[in-house]
Every structure is written in structure tokens, then in C-alpha cells.
Design a protein around this ligand. Sequence first.
Ligand SMILES: Cc1cc2nc3c(=O)[nH]c(=O)nc-3n(C[C@H](O)[C@H](O)[C@H](O)COP(=O)(O)OP(=O)(O)OC[C@H]3O[C@@H](n4cnc5c(N)ncnc54)[C@H](O)[C@@H]3O)c2cc1C
Length: 520
Amino acid sequence: MNELRDVARWGTPAAAVTLSPDVRDLLGAALGVTGPRPAASTVTLPAVTLDETVLEDLRTACPALSTGDDGRLAHAAGKSTEDLLRLRAGQAGDAPDAVARPATQQQVTDLLAVCSRHRVAVVPFGGGTSVVGGLAARRDGFTGVLAVDLAALDRLVHLDPVSRIATFEAGIRAPRAEELLAAEGFTLGHFPQSFEYASLGGFAATRSSGQASSGYGRFDRMVVGLRAATPVGPLDTGRAPESAAGPDLRQLLLGSEGAFGVITEVTVRVRPAPRARDYTGWSFPSFDAGTHAVRALAQDGPLPTVLRLSDETETAINAATGGPQSGGCLAVVGVEGTAEEVAARTAALEHRLPALGGTPLGAAPGEAWREGRFRAPYLRDALLDAGAIAETLETATFWDRLPATYTAVRDALTRTLSGAGTPPLVMCHISHVYDSGASLYFTVAAAQTDDPVAQWRAAKAAAGDAIAASGATITHHHGVGRAHLPWYTREIGDVGVAALRGVKNALDPHGILNPGILLP
Ligand SMILES: Cc1cc2nc3c(=O)[nH]c(=O)nc-3n(C[C@H](O)[C@H](O)[C@H](O)COP(=O)(O)OP(=O)(O)OC[C@H]3O[C@@H](n4cnc5c(N)ncnc54)[C@H](O)[C@@H]3O)c2cc1C
């Protein structure tokens, strides 16, 4: 029996937030939330299925091996709302049988050899922040499941200030990587909302995109080289920034979600740490008008480092819970760099944005967003505690389809959750923009039914269908995991699945790596 307190939430209990009276009132008035639902306080883990011979072989490969309940529970799930709800209900059926914490890349290789020999499924575990069921490997056909937690592979291997590239071991958490780079005057500039816990290997394995993607790019564009351990040997990719030497094999590992190999090293390009910043808020009369403006910046510039546009509902909820009072739609525009760069780009934005329909709101909304930018997952815990469902989903599409996708997903979520007797609040923002399109990031809140997991699954499936029908991608940055698999396989088609299957068979002939994730 295990304490659930720590695993079924984000961060440590000490960092938990309490809901303000404004938010509590809103939950009751807008969503009909009536109060907390009972949560289990303990969970019983499934029995370990690996026998002593296998465990002994695993221990020889990697002495830091544990079958203890606490370790297994801590690796039983990621951090999607569904994961948290199931853990809160005392369900940890996906817990691995054992957890290995390799201290060297050789130990990872040795573990894969043992697992291939004994048919043990392997789940590479970075920061454990997956929101798509990426850590819940299929068990059937395997003697058991081993989580390979890469946290001890956390060194900065090499920093090349001339080329501005840095090689890290893949298990390093993002804050530690930034700390090591800051000491040398550099930054990676990758700040997803999961920044506090996620690892660089996880970012690469899921093609993550951070909040400052307009300025620094998405993570897969930062990667210049990757090293992975596969069951058939090491795969080293990236010996120059760009190359015409055949297809780019880095792309086989980026987004591979642990199904093709365990990424053990990541080489990324780094930038000089910004010395100045300017974050401001802007108001647009409508989401349409704001979308037109952010498209204009993405296509013709000037592009800030951070660019986010909330729709009317997100803006209103933000205002109702203490955010800036701006009718219409709030945009956050952040610029970072040297003092001269910031001054020049800010001046250019101040010139362009009013011409695009924007009204300046000053620094307060921009700074408030910056200070609170990692707070949402703590708030989600408090909402779950209070009896609400709160979850996010995302997609991306071309500019011309964006309005239709936006409407279709909102409608699907609203229809499904209202049909379950729990009319939701559906909010959306644009926070990753490109020349040709952008992502849409939806946040959904509703009262929990008696079966909140089934309730959310139905809503998420309806949203997935709407995304697919509108021609958008099932995920812009969360990845595929188990949760998006049916839509992903339809998105890439039979030939795409066969191509990935061919890669899988070549790199992982026994199929031990993350079975059921990325590929059916
Ligand atoms: C509150 C919250 C906010 C989030 N915000 C963002 C966001 O802003 N942007 C964004 O992109 N994502 C976001 N995510 C999703 C998640 O944080 C990212 O997918 C992240 O990249 C996962 O990193 P991780 O180290 O936690 O990986 P894990 O969750 O440990 O693993 C994710 C997947 O990658 C595999 N994997 C992990 N490490 C390796 C490795 N070294 N080699 C091979 N496979 C590996 C795992 O097996 C799993 O399938 C958010 C998640 C949460 C919970």
C-alpha cells in the first residue's frame, strides 16, 4: 500500500495552491461543481511478474534496480488528467515491475540486452510528464515491464561556445540544464509549461515545443545531434548542423517516444542568455482580429520571443480570476535579447500592432503571465480536488483552416460534455506560430461526473475526431503515446505505419521498446 499524495499531483505537496474565492464561486456558478469527490488514499500495485533470474540479470546490468512499491508507483503513469484521476481512484495497473536507474550509457545498453533476451518491455522514463499515456507500455506478450529512469544521466558533457552547441546526457531535467548553461552565459530557451520536471531526452522523444517557441524555436529545431542505445547497437546522428548525406536520421529519433531506442545524449544549439526583456499585454477586439494580427507577425514580422493570443473565453476567465481586465482578447507579447535588440524589436512591435488592431495594455499583463507561466498544473490539482475536471488538448493546422478547426473542436467538447450533463467552459489560445499556420491549445473545465475518466475520454475522443475531420494534426507538441494512437495511425496512413514498423523492426527486432506507444 502506498501514499498517493505525491504521485497523483503535479510537483510536491508543499507547492500546492488553494483556489481563490473567485475561482470557487465560478466553479459553482458556471460549471455546477458541487464539491470534492472522494479520493482513495492508498493503491495496491499489481504483483511483480519478473522472476528472480531475470531480476538478477537486470541487476548485473544496472545495480540501481528496485522492485519497491514507492519506485514502481512513481513510474506508474504520466501527468495527464486521466493519469491523475486514475491514481486518485487507487488504480495503478500500468506500474512497471521494476525500475532501473542507469548511471552510464553502457548500463542502458546492457539493460536492453537483458530485456531483449528475457522479453521484458522497456519504458524509457525522463521526467514522467507525458500527457498522452506515453509511459504505459502494453504488457501482453512480455514477461514484465521495466521502467528505465534516466535521471542519473544528467551531465553536461560538452559545451562548445564557438559553435554554440551543448551536449547533455538525456536524463537531465530542464531547470538543471538551464542552470549549467546560465553559468556559461547561455540559454537553451526551451520553456514548456512542464519545464520544472521534464527532461531533455523527453523533449527530443516527444518533439516538444516551449512557450518561447516564436523566438527560440521548437525543441526538435534546437537539436543538432542525438545518441541512442537500441537493442541492436548505438545510433549516433548529427555530425554537422545540416547535411545532404541522405535522409536526416535525427528525425527517426525525434518524436520516437522511446519506441526506437533510448536517447542517451542530446546535442542542442544554445543562445546567449538574454540580458533584457520586455513583456507586455495587448488587447484585440476579437479572436479573429487577434488571429489575423499574430499571422501577420508570423509571416511578415517583427516576431517577438513569446507570442500568445487568448480567445474571448480564456480572456474573460483570466479577468474573472484576477487577470487583467481587457474585453475582447488578450495577447501577451514578450521580447528577449540584448538591450539593443529588445529596444528595437519592441519599438517595431509598438508600431505594427496598433496598425493590426491591437490596443496596448502595458507591462502588467505581460509580466503577470511570465511570473505565473508554470502555475497552471498546480491549479489543475486544486480543481481536481474541488470536484472539477480540468484538462488541455492541442493541435496545429494551416492558417486558412484555423478558424474551422477552432470552432469544430470547441463544439465537439461542448456538445459531448453538455450531453453528459456537465456543460463545460472551453478556452483556447494560440501560442506557437509559423509562416504557414499555428497551434490551437484548448483548456477545458467541467464538473466531474461519477466516472470522470470515462467522461473525459468521451470528450477527448470527440475532439480528436473533430481535429481529424478538419484536416488538422492530432498533436502539435504533446506527442502520440497511447492516447492519440488511433488518430495518428489514420493521419499517417497504412504506408506511414508500415514505414515506421520497418524502422522499429530494424532497431528493435524483439519489439521490447515501449510496446503500444507510437505504433499499434
Ligand atoms: C502540466 C504539463 C504541461 C505541459 N506543457 C507542455 C508544453 O508546454 N510543451 C510541450 O511540448 N509539452 C508539454 N507537456 C508534455 C510533456 O511535458 C512533454 O511531452 C515532455 O517533452 C516530456 O518530457 P519528459 O522528460 O517528462 O518525458 P516522459 O514523460 O518521461 O516521456 C515522454 C515519452 O518519451 C519517452 N522518453 C522519455 N525520455 C526518453 C529518452 N531519453 N529516450 C527515449 N524515449 C524517451 C517516454 O517513454 C515517453 O513515451 C506538458 C505536460 C504537463 C503535465
